[in-house]
Design a protein around this ligand. Structure first.
Ligand SMILES: [Zn+2]
Length: 507
């Protein structure tokens, strides 16, 4: 469905609709349930059945979450109240016998008390709503507008989300399709809110609690990070962007024009190192709006919510996003070159001190993530590793190799923009693994050296061969200590090398 990702660009405009699927969601703050009512209009006269499906996973969260397990009290009736029969198919589909009715009413409750960015959580003073575990879709209407109204306590003041509220309402939305509905979490309640405009785009910070935000440098630093990302990608593909940041267990989830995070939620009462980590975390979720939400492997959208999407490229989608989040901090002049090298050193260290990378390739660590191989089976560090860490420093190695091979004519930024412009904007789809490597070859050039450089990087992704860090990093003036795995600046580099290094890490 090629319209999907383009709709994202214009999603903020209200869509005039006579939605076939209209939801009303009442938030029960005592029982911690979402009481969901769906009005479904038949697609054709005399329709006999409808299959309603609830996702089992959420894009960006590479784990099966089995949302249907929270659903209870499923009922279906005609508009006059006559009960309709229904049956369950596998774990995530409810089949309702419509008996020829034009319109039917479906209701169910879903338990909402999980502290996790991909799950809803209701508290007396507010609620975080994740759509995947709230709404059921119907395959035929998945890419059509859906109407959603929430019923919330009167004393809840704020509705924070990337979606635009319908004019004249407090919390009614008309959403272009289910992909966007699932991509748009909402925080309701009396949390801290700050709204501002920057370069023609609107921003909202929704922090819970946000009680130590005043007096922090967060807004200035966030704008510097946004400007740095804009400079890298040369485009800001949203009208408005919302950060939902809640105090609690760690974890963030990226969306087309928002992010939802659980973090320490602290701004002024942190050490500098902790504050930098928080900024890096928020920058990571932000840069995802380009890398994975728009620049994406072909398996990652349009989404099949009924099963896991297997892709060999998450090391790129996640790892390069972390490479760039640290770059956003450096290019935004928030951190020093030494601090930047410190971040990349940690990624190398955390891979090299364990055996796992000798038994699993980077490609495989992405493909097999659905096996939860980093879970608690005990030997995971011996036989596996996280593509986040290795993928992040692979970003550094790619950038270094592109620059040295092309004599600083090209960089990883050019590669990212090539993928963005060709696949997201022109072809309006994701790229295959082969297309990914072909694009890299294009950026490298047509010489034998360029072909060898591309093949070398691919070998480091597709095999467990030891990486020759010195051969990749020394030509750009960076040195790696093979005992501590710390990166540092080479002393007295040539003028040419110093120039490339400055472009790479700002020194
Ligand atoms: Zn991520």
């Amino acid at each position: 469905m090629k319209k999907l990702f383009f709709l994202a660009v214009t999603m903020m405009a209200a869509v005039a609709t006579s939605a076939k699927m209209s939801y009303t969601v009442e938030i029960d703050t005592v029982g911690k349930y979402l009481n969901v009512k769906l009005q479904y209009v038949a697609s054709e006269k005399g329709q006999q059945k409808v299959e309603l499906q609830m996702p089992i996973w959420a894009p960006g969260y590479y784990d099966v979450l089995n949302y249907p397990k929270y659903v209870t009290d499923f009922k279906a009736t005609k508009t006059n109240g006559t009960a309709l029969t229904w049956s369950k198919y596998r774990k995530s589909t409810w089949i309702v016998n419509m008996a020829g009715a034009d319109t039917i009413l479906v209701s169910y409750r879903t338990y909402a008390n999980v502290m996790d960015v991909a799950n809803s959580r209701i508290r007396p003073e507010g609620a975080f709503i994740a759509g995947n575990g709230t709404f059921m879709y119907e395959q035929g209407h998945k890419y059509e507008p859906v109407e959603v109204s929430y019923i919330i306590p009167d004393n809840w003041k704020y509705v924070s989300t990337g979606l635009k509220v319908e004019k004249g309402t407090k919390c009614k939305f008309i959403v272009p399709d289910f992909d966007i509905l699932y991509d748009s979490p909402i925080l309701f309640g009396n949390h801290f809110v700050e709204k501002f405009a920057h370069n023609g785009h609107e921003y909202e910070f929704a922090f819970d609690p946000g009680d130590d935000y005043e007096g922090s440098t967060f807004k200035k630093d966030f704008i510097a990070m946004v400007d740095a990302a804009t400079e890298i990608m040369k485009e800001v593909p949203y009208d408005n962007y919302c950060i939902i940041n809640m105090e609690g267990v760690g974890g963030g989830l990226e969306h087309l024009n928002s992010q939802a995070d659980y973090s320490s939620g602290r701004f002024t009462t942190k050490s500098r190192a902790d504050y930098i980590r928080e900024l890096d975390f928020i920058a990571h979720e932000y840069f995802h709006l380009y890398n994975v939400k728009r620049i994406r492997p072909i398996e990652l959208g349009p989404f099949d919510y009924s099963q896991e999407p297997f892709t060999p490229l998450l090391w790129f989608s996640e790892g390069f996003t972390s490479y760039y989040s640290a770059q956003m901090l450096r290019r935004g002049k928030i951190i020093t070159t030494e601090e930047l090298l410190g971040i990349y050193s940690r990624y190398i260290h955390d891979i090299e001190i364990y055996e796992g990378h000798k038994h699993m390739t980077l490609r495989q660590s992405s493909y097999d993530i659905w096996l939860d191989f980093m879970g608690d089976k005990g030997n995971h560090r011996d036989v596996a590793f996280s593509y986040y860490n290795k993928g992040s420093y692979m970003g550094l190695l790619f950038d270094a190799k592109i620059r040295t091979t092309t004599k600083n004519e090209h960089s990883l930024d050019d590669f990212m923009r090539l993928l963005y412009n060709r696949y997201y904007k022109e072809l309006q789809r994701g790229f295959t693994e082969e297309e990914f490597w072909q694009a890299l070859q294009e950026i490298m050039g047509t010489t034998q050296e360029a072909t060898d450089a591309t093949a070398l990087l691919r070998r480091y992704v597709d095999t467990t061969d030891d990486i020759d860090y010195d051969a990749l990093l020394n030509p750009i003036g960076i040195v790696l200590n093979h005992e501590t795995w710390q990166l540092s600046l080479m002393e007295k580099p040539s003028k040419q090398v110093a120039k490339m290094r400055k472009a790479l890490i700002g020194e």
